[in-house]
Design a protein around this ligand. Sequence first.
Ligand code: DAT
Ligand code: MG
Length: 237
Amino acid sequence: MSSQICRSASRAARSLLPSAKNARFFSEGRAIGAAAVVSAGGKVPLFASNFGNSTAGNISRSWICGLLALPAAAFMIQDQEVHAAEMERTFIAIKPDGVQRGLISEIVSRFERKGFKLVGIKILVPSKDFAQKHYHDLKERPFFNGLCEFLSSGPVVAMVWEGEGVIRYGRKLIGATDPQKSEPGTIRGDLAVVVGRNIIHGSDGPETAKDEIKLWFKPEELVSYTSNAEKWIYEQN
Ligand code: DAT
Ligand code: MG
């Protein structure tokens, strides 16, 4: 047991030394950091419960290893926070036409395959009042009432996606507002025909993203996690 702990502690300690290669994202380090947190939360208390069975040598080795692991864990948690702060979030909704046409998985998969991370998702029928709040900046437009009627006419899949540049690039994946003008290869370009049934909504900037996420989701409905794929998506050479 103690040699196992030593091994995981020295792995954590090794991860304290970032190479130039992973200096930016520490993707591997973050995964190890998470392991170190588990080790701090799970294995370290085991040191105490195993004291009775251990030899004096094992105990001191365990403690040395534990002491090595803790700063590593603290360092990695700090790095995780820095990294999390760099990551943008955007609000994406599949409107009732997209849901009714069976396009949920198609749309989710385009964001997922790009490398963005889903951190919140739910299906709901918004009230008209809620739709008016969501589209408040368009209240002077002639189509405002019809738009809000439509958004509240059926199920909407509300999502929050996270990733570097996800607000701007999410709009690229979606395509121009009018599907007649959306490029082929975009969601609206490939899957929609008219502006009133353009199947998807995406925040158009950092401020709207923040406001829309707050309108549609409670903080506890969003999940922060490290995806296993991140080191393959973000690491630089
Ligand atoms: P986007 O959804 O690309 O952010 P927007 O915010 O300008 O576009 O408009 C919100 C929605 O309103 C849009 O997705 C579809 C509808 N809409 C926009 N322009 C319209 C128009 N000229 N006629 C009818 N509906 C329109
Ligand atoms: Mg808009």
